[in-house]
Design a protein around this ligand. Structure first.
Ligand code: TYM
Length: 333
């Protein structure tokens, strides 16, 4: 039988999950998993998270929360491994080899590095700089064909492809060169307060984002306050970034196309539209939150999920790492 194609993706446990993470990434992982066409590896990217200083207690809480949310959103650990990056040492090991094959110039061009070093001026550490080499290791270890992410990860993916090609050319064919899978609608969910900025959990204004664990009241309030424009038509177009953002959220929640959304709200005004968007978000989040609460009551189960996930992931990762070590010329231990 032909081997299935591979998927790898990850999310950082760096705080509460936003609707942006869900629409841009997690929701698509669930859909891709459902097709049964792929072997998927779903990773909690905790090594990446310490590029920004974390309080250990909060970090542990965020990590378990995210694991529970992965499952609550529909990932099935029986089908595909879910694991913590820090439990699979091959990530840090391959990352070193790739770091030695990444140019300073490439890393300095990464917009995420530029943004984060502006935000955390007191802690511009070397990890923040070499982060894309670690992300490349995450992907290449699993010989992933497809990497489902939001648009903000595109530049990191391009670097991953460059590194794979560079290594393959220098040492002979070793890595699969991965493709990104970036959704057509919702690849960049924008801030509700400033539709020119990405929705982000690190935004100081909490009205700018919706969290997966927000109460229905909070969702309704935040969407009601979302910045739009002085017009009244629910459609795409110049100067309509706020409305377009709400339209893509609604489209992601309901499965309706943007054309269908425009038709549905023709002549209806922003009040009615915003109420419908809020309803659709609440309807999506309510069952996720209920399942999340159940899972958080069952820590033994969660532990079993991440332990068996790490075991499966480690086996695949070790194979690639052994190949790389051999090609680089390290003496076999
Ligand atoms: P992270 O944790 O910042 O985000 C996780 C995923 O959510 C997507 N995303 C968004 N999509 C649409 N609109 C938004 N406003 C929005 N905000 C976030 C991101 O594109 C991402 O897909 N470096 C990665 C984690 C990572 C990874 C990997 C991903 C580490 N190793 C290997 C893929 C493969 C990150 O920080 O994502």
């Amino acid at each position: 039988m032909e081997e299935k194609k591979r998927i790898l993706s990850g999310i950082q446990p760096s705080g509460a999950l936003t609707l942006g993470n869900y629409v841009g990434a997690l929701r698509n992982w669930v859909e891709l998993q459902k097709t049964d066409e792929y072997d998927c590896y779903f990773m909690l990217a905790d090594l990446h998270t310490i590029t920004v200083r974390q309080e250990a207690k909060d970090f542990r809480k965020n990590a378990m929360d995210l694991l529970a949310l992965f499952i609550a959103c529909g990932l099935d650990p029986e089908k595909n491994p879910i694991f913590f990056q820090s439990h699979v040492p091959a990530h840090a090991q391959l990352s070193w080899v790739l770091t030695c094959n990444t140019y300073m110039g490439e890393l300095s061009r990464m917009t995420q590095f530029k943004d984060k070093s502006q935000k955390h001026t007191g802690n511009i550490n070397a990890g923040l700089f070499t982060y894309p080499s670690l992300m490349a290791a995450d992907i290449l270890l699993y010989q992933a064909d497809l990497v489902p992410v939001g648009a903000d990860q595109n530049q990191h993916l391009e670097l991953t492809r460059d590194l794979a090609n560079r290594f393959n050319n220098a040492y002979s064919e070793t890595f699969k060169v991965p493709e990104g899978y970036i959704p057509k609608v919702g690849a960049r969910v924008m801030s509700l307060q400033d539709p020119m900025q990405k929705m982000s959990k690190s935004d100081p204004n909490e009205n700018s984002y919706i969290l997966l664990l927000d109460s229905p009241d909070a969702v309704v309030r935040k969407i009601k306050r979302a910045v739009t424009d002085s017009g009244s038509e629910v459609r795409r177009g110049e100067g309509k970034a706020g409305i377009e953002n709400l339209m893509s959220i609604y489209s992601a929640m309901t499965g309706k196309s943007l054309e269908e959304v425009e038709a549905e709200f023709e002549g209806k005004g922003y009040g009615i539209f915003k109420a419908a968007v809020a309803d659709a978000v609440v309807e999506t989040l309510t069952p996720i939150q209920a399942r999340y609460r159940e899972l958080m009551e069952n820590k033994d189960y969660l532990q079993q999920v991440y332990r068996s996930g790490a075991e499966i992931a480690s086996r695949t990762a070790a194979k690639t790492l052994a190949k790389v070590y051999r090609k680089v010329g390290f003496i076999q231990p």
